[in-house]
Design a protein around this ligand. Structure first.
Ligand SMILES: Nc1ncnc2c1ncn2[C@@H]1O[C@H](COP(=O)(O)OP(=O)(O)OP(=O)(O)O)[C@@H](O)[C@H]1O
Ligand SMILES: [Mg+2]
Length: 246
């Protein structure tokens, strides 16, 4: 078995009396896009925060690149992980170019190398440097901000990427466009990701594997094909009253 890049072993997390994750076991192997699917409040964001060290497991262990999260130097861990959140999470007072070059800057890369990398990444996500590099985040559309968020997460070529409903706030057309680009980037770059969504269709489209969470517990872990063959998609669509999902 190859060493997982991310591993949850019997992980529980509670906020006060409230159990948010219960005995979660999960592995993300090199090259996988594991989709963490679940309804609002099922614990998806909590799971991502346990990976990048913003939260610590109450019991069990989370390891990243073979090292337990508490053993990482927190800044080093954060810089080893590209994290894309809803709304892009850009720094509003920095230009697009500076936002994308943030981690390389913190890593002390020489200026020319940062510039070349920012240029390459903005091109990759379809926002040419000449047009968009000097804009402020507020001068972009929501979809463009998400693209910048993806470029920023990729900047220092981290081995692991986390996506928290990155396309959730977008209109359906832009969303479909960014989903296609995500697939293209995945093929071109061969990245490893843990991708959170509550959209079954998005999960089936983007995931190489699907993990279904319900109220902090894992209900399913398997390939998209196995997930589709189970009664779970229909069940979820029924619960959400969205009978047209399939
Ligand atoms: N600091 C906290 N204190 C108390 N409860 C919390 C805290 N953080 C999260 N929760 C609760 O834990 C549960 C899981 O939250 P989480 O943000 O992980 O859900 P989620 O699956 O990401 O939901 P969404 O799809 O709405 O983003 C929710 O019921 C939430 O209210
Ligand atoms: Mg969330």
């Amino acid at each position: 078995m190859p060493e997982p890049l991310i591993e949850f072993r019997n992980v529980s997390y509670a906020a006060g009396e409230r159990r948010i994750l219960e005995n979660l076991n999960l592995q993300v192997l090199a090259g996988e896009t594991v989709v963490l699917l679940g309804r609002s409040g099922s614990g998806k964001t909590t799971a991502l925060r346990l990976v990048n060290g913003m939260l610590q497991a109450a019991s069990g262990s989370v390891t990243v690149l073979g090292k337990s999260v508490p053993d990482w130097e927190p800044e080093r861990l954060k810089r080893s992980i590209g994290y894309v959140i809803q709304e892009g999470g850009l720094l509003p007072h920095f230009t697009v170019a500076r936002n994308v070059g943030l981690v390389p800057e913190l890593e002390g890369w020489p200026k020319e190398r940062i510039q070349a990398r920012v240029d390459e990444l903005l091109h990759l996500v379809g926002l040419p440097m000449e047009v968009y590099g000097s804009r402020m985040p507020r001068q972009l559309s929501g979809g463009q901000r998400q693209r910048v968020g993806v470029a920023r997460a990729l900047a220092a070529d981290p081995p692991v990427l986390l996506f928290d409903e990155p396309f959730g706030a977008l209109d359906p057309v832009t969303r479909a466009e960014l989903q296609r680009e995500f697939l293209r980037l995945r093929m071109d770059l061969g990245k490893t990701s843990l991708f959170v969504t509550h959209d079954v269709r998005e999960a089936l489209l983007l995931g190489t594997r699907i993990v279904l969470l319900e109220a902090g517990r894992l209900l399913f872990d398997g390939t998209a094909a196995n997930f589709r063959a189970s009664n779970l998609p229909a069940l979820i669509a029924f619960q959400e009253g969205a009978n047209d999902v399939f």
